[in-house]
Design a protein around this ligand. Structure first.
Ligand code: GLY
Ligand code: MN
Ligand code: MN
Length: 496
C-alpha cells in the first residue's frame, strides 16, 4: 500500500451494515431527461471520420487520462488529454479514466466506442463511500445513455475496455495515444508485446498516430473558431479587469500576484480557467520569458507584461500578451522599445496569408527587430542585418529576443506540437489555422550591452490570428496594441 493510500485509510470511516442499507433507501427516481446532442458532436464525428479514413482496419485507442494526485488524497482538477477532447468533444473535467476506441468494422470504417466509468447508481457503496467517483462526493455522473445522447457515439462501461482492447490481439494492428495515461500505456504495451509486436514498430505506429492527430488540429473547423473567439473575448474581459485594478496592484504590494488573481478570477468565472500559468511580470521580471512566480511588486514608472489566456469550457485557449505602463503613460525609453516591438508584430501579422510559409512570420518580425538593433548600434561592429539574420552563422540579434514569433494555438496553448518540422515550420499557411504573433524585445537590467536607458525594459505583444481565404483576421483586434491606443485603453477602463 502506498503512503498515500495508507494516509487515506487512516481517515476512512467504518460503515455498519445498518448504515449501508439505510443510506441507499428512498431516493426519488431521477427524472432528469437525457442531455441534448452537443453542438460539437457532428464536428467531433467529422474529425473521427478523418482519423478512421487514415487507419482503415486498425484499432485506435485514445485515452482521456486519469486523475492526478496533487498531494496526499487531493487531485488536480481533471483535464482530459487534448486528442481525447478533440475526438469526443468532451471538455472541462470530463471524463477521467474514459477511453475512446475507434474499432475497425469488417464492412470498413470504424465504430466510435467511448468506454467510461458510468454512474454506478444508489445501490452501490460507491454512491456514498467513494470520494473520487461517488455521487455523495462529486455529484451524479453520466450514464451510458447520457453519453450516447450527448455525443452520438456508442458508450460502454470501462470494465469492458481491457478485453475489447485485447480482442483479436496479434491479428489487428493497435495504435495508442501514449502520453495520456502511462499505466494504461504500460498495460497495452505488455499486451501487444505478448502478441508478437516489436517495441520499435509499436512506438512507430503510435508516433504516426500522434503526428496525424496533431495535424488534424492544424486547421480549425467553424465550431473551433467560435470557441477561440469566446476564449479571446473572455481574455479581454480579464485584461480589462486587470487594467482597471492596477492601482490596487500597486498599493497592495506583491502586485504581480494580485494581477494574476484578478485575471484568474475572470478566467474561472467565464471559462474553465487559465489555459496556462499567467505571466505577470513587472519591471525587469518581463525579461524572464516564463516569469510565472509573479511574486514582485507592481510599481509606477515600470511596465507590466501580462501574458495570459482564458481556456473556455471546451478547453480552447487564448494566448495574449499586453505590456502596459503601470502609471498609464509610457516613458520615452519604454515607448521607443514598445513601438519597435509593435512594428515587428505588424510586419509578422502582415505576413500571415494562405500560401505564405509559417516561418515567414518570424522572418518578417525579426527583420524589423534586427534593423532597429543595428540602428541602435547594438550588433557587433560591422555586422549587417543580412548577416545577423543568417540562420546558420548569424543570430546576434537573438540576444534580445531568443524565442520564436509564432505557434499554433487551440486546445493546447502550443497546439499541434507533434507535427513534423516539414508540416509545421516549413509548411504553408492554410485558411483555418490559428496562430500567435508575438515578438518581443528584452533588455535585462544587468545587460551591459544594452543602452542604459533600456535596461530593465521588456516588451512583448501577442495576438491570436486566424488565417482566412485571402489573408488573416486578428481575432484579438479588440484589445488595443499601439502605444497611444494602450494609454487611451488604460484611461478608459480606469474611468469606468
Ligand atoms: N504564453 C506562452 C506563449 O506565449 O507561448
Ligand atoms: Mn503567451
Ligand atoms: Mn504564445
Amino acid at each position: 500500500m502506498s503512503e498515500q493510500q495508507k494516509a487515506s485509510e487512516v481517515r476512512k470511516p467504518q460503515h455498519s451494515e445498518e448504515f449501508k442499507a439505510f443510506v441507499k433507501e428512498e431516493w426519488a427516481p431521477r427524472s432528469t431527461p437525457a442531455p441534448e446532442r452537443a453542438a460539437v458532436a457532428p464536428y467531433a464525428a467529422a474529425r473521427r471520420a478523418a482519423v478512421s479514413a487514415a487507419y482503415e482496419g486498425q484499432r485506435l485507442i485514445i485515452p482521456a487520462g486519469g486523475l492526478k494526485v496533487r498531494s496526499n488524497d487531493c487531485d488536480y482538477a481533471f483535464r482530459p488529454h487534448s486528442a481525447f477532447a478533440h475526438l469526443t468533444g468532451l471538455g472541462a473535467d470530463r471524463e477521467p479514466d474514459a477511453v475512446l476506441v475507434l474499432e475497425p468494422l469488417e464492412a470498413g470504417g470504424h465504430e466510435a466506442i467511448l468506454y467510461i466509468k458510468p454512474d454506478s447508481g444508489r445501490e452501490s457503496d460507491e454512491f456514498f463511500a467513494d470520494s473520487r467517483y461517488g455521487e455523495f462526493w462529486v455529484g451524479p455522473r453520466p450514464t451510458l445513455e447520457d453519453i450516447e445522447a450527448e455525443l452520438g457515439l456508442t458508450a460502454r462501461d470501462i470494465d469492458g475496455f481491457a478485453a475489447a482492447a485485447a480482442k483479436d490481439a496479434g491479428a489487428v494492428t493497435v495504435r495508442l495515444v501514449r502520453d495520456a495515461d502511462t499505466s494504461l500505456t504500460a498495460e497495452l504495451d505488455a499486451a501487444r508485446v505478448a502478441n508478437g509486436a516489436a517495441d520499435e514498430s509499436m512506438a512507430e505506429l503510435d508516433d504516426e498516430l500522434a503526428t496525424l492527430l496533431s495535424l488534424l488540429r492544424m486547421t480549425k473547423d467553424e465550431w473551433e473558431v467560435e470557441q477561440m473567439r469566446a476564449a479571446i473575448a473572455a481574455t479581454r474581459t480579464g485584461f480589462e479587469a486587470v487594467l482597471a485594478g492596477l492601482r490596487d496592484a500597486v498599493e497592495r504590494g506583491r502586485g504581480e500576484r494580485w494581477v494574476e488573481g484578478v485575471f484568474g478570477l475572470h478566467a474561472r468565472h467565464e471559462g474553465n480557467g487559465v489555459g496556462y500559468d499567467s505571466i505577470c511580470a513587472a519591471g525587469d521580471h518581463a525579461n524572464t520569458l516564463h516569469w510565472v512566480k509573479n511574486t514582485g511588486d507592481v510599481k509606477d514608472g515600470d511596465l507590466i507584461l501580462i501574458d495570459a489566456g482564458v481556456e473556455v469550457d471546451s478547453l480552447f485557449t487564448a494566448d495574449i500578451t499586453r505590456t502596459v505602463p503601470v502609471s498609464g503613460t509610457f516613458t520615452d525609453a519604454q515607448r521607443e522599445v514598445y513601438d519597435v516591438v509593435h512594428a515587428a508584430q505588424q510586419a509578422g501579422m502582415d505576413a500571415v496569408r494562405p500560401g505564405a510559409k509559417f516561418s515567414d512570420i518570424h522572418d518578417a518580425a525579426m527583420r524589423v527587430i534586427a534593423e532597429r538593433l543595428l540602428q541602435w548600434g547594438l550588433l557587433p561592429e560591422g555586422v549587417t542585418v543580412e548577416q545577423t539574420l543568417d540562420k546558420d552563422h548569424g543570430g546576434w540579434h537573438k540576444r534580445w529576443m531568443v524565442h520564436g514569433t509564432s505557434h499554433h494555438l487551440g486546445l493546447d496553448v502550443h497546439d499541434c506540437a507533434l507535427a513534423t518540422r516539414a508540416e509545421y515550420l516549413d509548411a504553408q499557411l492554410r485558411p483555418g489555422m490559428i496562430l500567435t504573433v508575438e515578438p518581443g524585445l528584452y533588455f535585462k537590467a544587468d545587460d551591459l550591452k544594452a543602452p542604459e536607458r533600456f535596461r530593465g525594459i521588456g516588451v512583448r505583444i501577442e495576438d491570436d490570428v486566424l488565417v482566412t481565404e485571402d489573408g488573416h483576421e486578428n481575432l484579438s483586434a479588440a484589445m488595443p496594441r499601439t502605444s497611444d491606443e494602450v494609454e487611451a485603453w488604460i484611461a478608459r477602463v480606469q474611468e469606468r
